[in-house]
Design a protein around this ligand. Structure first.
Ligand code: TMP
Length: 233
């Protein structure tokens, strides 16, 4: 292929990706220490380079009220917090985030890139914490309404690699024992198996460049497959 043809193809690919990502709700998720935050930053930068406007949000938090809820949730002093209280606080932060940030950004056809979502609650408070999927989804019905993500990217990593990558100043959740984190990982993998159309599993054990190549490849494949965003009320 000559240079001119290559340029036309690159241009067409960027335009296709811009159209594919605009107005899309994408979640990045995975166990603590999976390297998601690095990939999140790189992907946001890459999406902007495709010409997409990106709204970056994180959970818990992402709004003034949500950040206050985050402080309560992650403060190691709150070790008496029950799993039900935990689940409801994550959902409360989420409800605020959806109304204040996510819904307006999607209405403007931005790409909403979320660091964690209901998939975290299902893995942490569900599979690891012992709440049932039904209990969590009943509350999610109230908190989330029709605002479900189009793509949930799970960065999968074994617990030993994840533990080595974790910040030594661990928050209340990160301080939980190894078996809890093993169940969190299993919780994510279970969700990926149950809903392969929405979930993208990325092997996150490799170095950041290799993981990023996999990630962009997965979005290219989804664009080529024409996976449309959800119709939201
Ligand atoms: P972060 O470290 O990715 O900012 O996430 C904060 C912690 O909260 C992390 O340990 C995962 C946990 N978490 C839950 O337990 N349930 C949830 O619903 C969410 C969103 C996060």
């Amino acid at each position: 292929m000559n240079d001119a043809m290559q340029e036309i193809e690159t241009h067409a690919r960027r335009a296709g990706m811009r159209e594919f990502l605009s107005g899309r709700f994408v979640v990045f998720d995975g166990p603590d220490g999976c390297g998601k935050s690095t990939q999140f930053r790189r992907f946001a930068e890459w999406a902007r380079a495709q010409g997409v406007t990106v709204a970056e949000v994180r959970e818990p938090g992402g709004t003034d009220i949500g950040e206050q809820i985050r402080d309560i949730l992650l403060d190691p002093v709150n070790d008496a917090m029950t799993v039900r209280c935990e689940m409801l606080l994550y959902m409360a932060s989420r409800a605020q985030l959806l109304e204040e940030r996510v819904r307006p950004a999607l209405a403007r056809r931005e790409l909403v890139l979320a660091d964690r979502f209901v998939s975290s609650t299902l893995a942490y408070q569900g599979t690891a914490g012992g709440m049932t999927r039904e209990e969590i989804l009943d509350v999610a019905k109230v908190a989330v309404g029709s605002m479900w993500p189009d793509d949930v990217v799970v960065f999968d990593v074994d617990t030993a690699t994840a533990a080595a990558r974790m910040n030594p100043n661990r928050d209340r959740i990160e301080q939980k024992d190894a078996s809890y984190h093993e169940r969190v990982r299993e919780g994510y993998l279970h969700q990926c198996r149950e809903d392969p159309a929405r979930y993208v599993t990325i092997d996150a054990r490799a170095d950041a460049d290799t993981v990023f190549t996999q990630l962009v490849g997965a979005f290219d494949a989804r664009m080529k497959a024409g996976i449309a965003p959800r119709v939201r009320g």
